[in-house]
Design a protein around this ligand. Sequence first.
Ligand code: ADP
Ligand code: MG
Length: 581
Amino acid sequence: GWERLQQDLRGIDGQQYGAYKRLLGKYEHASPSFTLSIDYVQGDPYASPSRVRAIMAWAKTGLPDEYLQSDIRRIALCDFTTRVCASLIRARHLDQNVGGGKSGWSGPKGGAFNINAPGQEILPRTSSLINADDEMELRFTTSLPAAGRTILGNEAHRILAVNLVELVKQSLLLVNLDEQKLQHHVQCAENQRNLRQQLAANDLVAFVANGSMLPRASGASATPMTGSNAVPFVSPGHLALTLPLADGTSITGMGLRRGITLLTGGGFHGKSTLLQALELGIYDHIPGDGRELIVTDPTAVKIRAEDGRSVTSLDITPYISTLPGNRNTKLFSTDDASGSTSMAANIQEALEAGCKSLLIDEDSSATNLLVRDQRMQTLIKHEPITPLVAQARALYREYGVSAVIVIGGLGDWLSVADEVIAMEDYVPRSLTTEAKKVVIDFPTHVMQASEYGTITPRKFQVNLNGRRSPYATRKRFIAMKPQAREAVNDPSQDEPGVDLGGLDQIVEIGQARTIAHIMQQVAAMTTSQPLSLNQIVSAMGNAVGIEHCLPSSLNDGELVAIRVSELAAALSRIRGITVTQ
Ligand code: ADP
Ligand code: MG
């Protein structure tokens, strides 16, 4: 019962910090009816914060059952409750800072109370979820308060027995929610999911609704650009099509057909901004984001050059035949890839993980992997690279893999494009007819591969080698520090970890945390035998949907769903991983 929590808190007031451990367990709150589960209690005031869950039976929330009826509704509802919680907590923290009064939720003596704060995407997160028993769960972290190492029982009572209860009331009970806003949030997600599902049947890679707002407030912000300078999206006439929405209305916008699409135009006219919107069109966006009716093939992968990355036992023969020193490119490994080899590796790994649409920006590419023009073909005889311009058609023809590529200055690409779209003052215009004429008027020899070559699936064996469990750091970096003290002092033992900085489709740090967790699971399941990606994914029984992975059985509230492609990309970047073909 709840009294036990109050007794326990009174009982440990003034004791040494370790006595907080006595709080571990479950407490029932009567009105509203929910269970407080204290799952992890930090060992000292400076350790990583304690973890608590509030669990409420579905019937007690008053929410209509229609929200349970599909995955996307559940996901959007939980995304909404996380946002309600996060903004309440933020508001209370601000009260504290502004007023300096006692109403705030973060005291000077600890007591900060947090929920994993979401960005612009609607994603399955463990901060709020509907569990297997159809209960709503909210998961928080809190640093339990202390003066020095002495427990502040009253403060802890305020956090767990007062503030948390208020938060649960405000975010889980329908009577306190803005029902219209919730309805709109869920409908918006459902529209996007449905629109994305229509892409394949319409032979599209992506759809960008007219009126979408693509640019962001700044290079450091994910919120939409506002003001009179922001130009809304308008489809070129012949690419415009109208698709039905799940809510019964319909929407007109630009349909990008499967095949090879060039996005071109002058510098600073919005090419990269459009491509970035397509990259994140794999996710649903919140209402008001500006990109909430931009959807992309859910398997689409942004490909970039990423020199310095490690590559293990990968077949990159479609792009690179032999390397100096007779290095085998059928089974290519390196600790320090070049621009072109890293880009070739990124393409091959994306294809291995099931990618059907490549998204490429020349700004972040290795030029020599994109193209080799006639003059260089004549001059350089021992070039091991077959550039993408020679492979793109074969890749589409044989494997059905499309490409959307931003090209401002490489005219050879005009020969292979199905569609050429120019951005002019942030508005797209079709230049396909003009481009065909240019190809005829300025003939040049563009090399074309007769066959794409092989995509060879691999098997992975992750060995943590006594390293500490992988964990995500702020800079999208998964650290794997050595376990033992001696190892820390031995620089040769230092483990550089996994750098996810090259994965542009990771949008929240919680996704890197999820990858770190899954990496540990993969290490456990591959100790005795290597497993393919498919085997790994099917062994992780708790995947949400087909394209996302999220371990929800752990009591961790800070995990965010990822796609299999990001998991695969992370595994492929582990230095020293054992890989076989
Ligand atoms: P490019 O890749 O063609 O050089 P970018 O996409 O990087 O151009 O865009 C250049 C600048 O224009 C960026 O600062 C971007 O925020 C801004 N921008 C892009 N699209 C729009 C738009 N629709 N309205 C207003 N500004 C935009
Ligand atoms: Mg650009």
